[in-house]
Design a protein around this ligand. Structure first.
Ligand code: PEP
Length: 257
């Protein structure tokens, strides 16, 4: 567990999984396992499940997030959802820049930057995903890639707004592949991200910003990853769909109260 005051954050990214009925069952089973934990717990569900998730988690320790949003408030953007729509319905978090959105929906660093600005201006908290491909890691340019993504994503974002941004370091080669970065590999990049925040902003911001690891985190490896100094929790895909696995990860991040 890190020795600073940062409270770990465990976020489930359900991706395009679970109907409304499935989500009701999962959330009802998850709630009793999340009481009095010393970490923040978020579930990022498909748009169609947001209302159900918000209603079921009222008065619980689970917060609800979306997995994407547009940067405009409204308009002719068929199929899109705006931050103002999310915020009005009580959504607290939104994932922005997930590698699947970058890869399959051609999101760019520029649109990611616009989305972040728009989301925080509507009181949403952002989970910003950055990370390198396998090819980039093998070329030993992980730090260049991650720092470029971070600088562009945070371009013209004021230091005061960093309190509403969580960074998820997600090496693309580890997402949904069962290949996890070793805890040292993951911590080294999270530490580098923190040092980049120090250069871009200040020591206080670098010390306070939450940096999660994501990429095949599961019930068996979560404890080791989260115990690293610069890793403040996880963004979890596959393992967040199984209540028992997700609750083990939550327990791994939760220090005794
Ligand atoms: C993710 O979707 O952000 C993710 C990390 O997925 P998985 O845990 O399945 O690798």
């Amino acid at each position: 567990m890190n020795t600073t005051i940062r409270k770990p954050i465990i976020a489930g990214n359900w991706k395009m999984n679970n109907t409304v009925k499935d989500s009701e069952i999962l959330i009802k089973n998850l709630i009793p396992l999340t009481n009095n934990k010393n970490c923040d717990i978020i579930i990022c569900v498909p748009f169609t499940n947001l209302e159900t998730a918000i209603n079921l988690t009222k008065d619980t320790d689970i917060k609800v997030g979306a997995q994407n949003c547009h940067f405009e408030n409204s308009g002719a953007f068929t199929g899109e959802i705006s931050p103002v729509m999310l915020s009005e319905m009580g959504v607290e978090y939104v994932i922005i820049g997930h590698s699947e959105r970058r890869q399959y929906f051609l999101e760019t660093d520029d649109t990611i930057n616009k989305k972040i600005k728009s989301a925080i201006s509507h009181d949403l908290k952002v989970i910003l995903c950055i990370g390198e491909s396998l090819e980039e890691r093998e070329k030993e340019i992980t730090e260049n890639i991650v720092s470029k993504q971070l600088k562009l994503a945070l371009s013209n974002i004021q230091e005061i707004d960093l309190k509403n941004i969580v960074i998820a370091y997600e090496p693309i080669w580890a997402i949904g592949t069962g290949k996890t970065a070793t805890s040292k590999q993951a911590n080294n990049v999270c530490k580098f991200i923190r040092s980049t925040i120090l250069k871009l902003y200040s020591e206080v911001s670098a010390d306070n910003i939450l940096i999660q690891y994501g990429g095949s985190m599961n019930s068996a490896n979560a404890s080791e990853l989260i115990s690293e100094k610069d890793i403040d929790g996880g963004l979890i895909g596959g393992a967040s769909l199984k209540v028992s696995d997700f609750s083990i990860i939550i327990n791994a991040a939760s220090t005794p109260m």
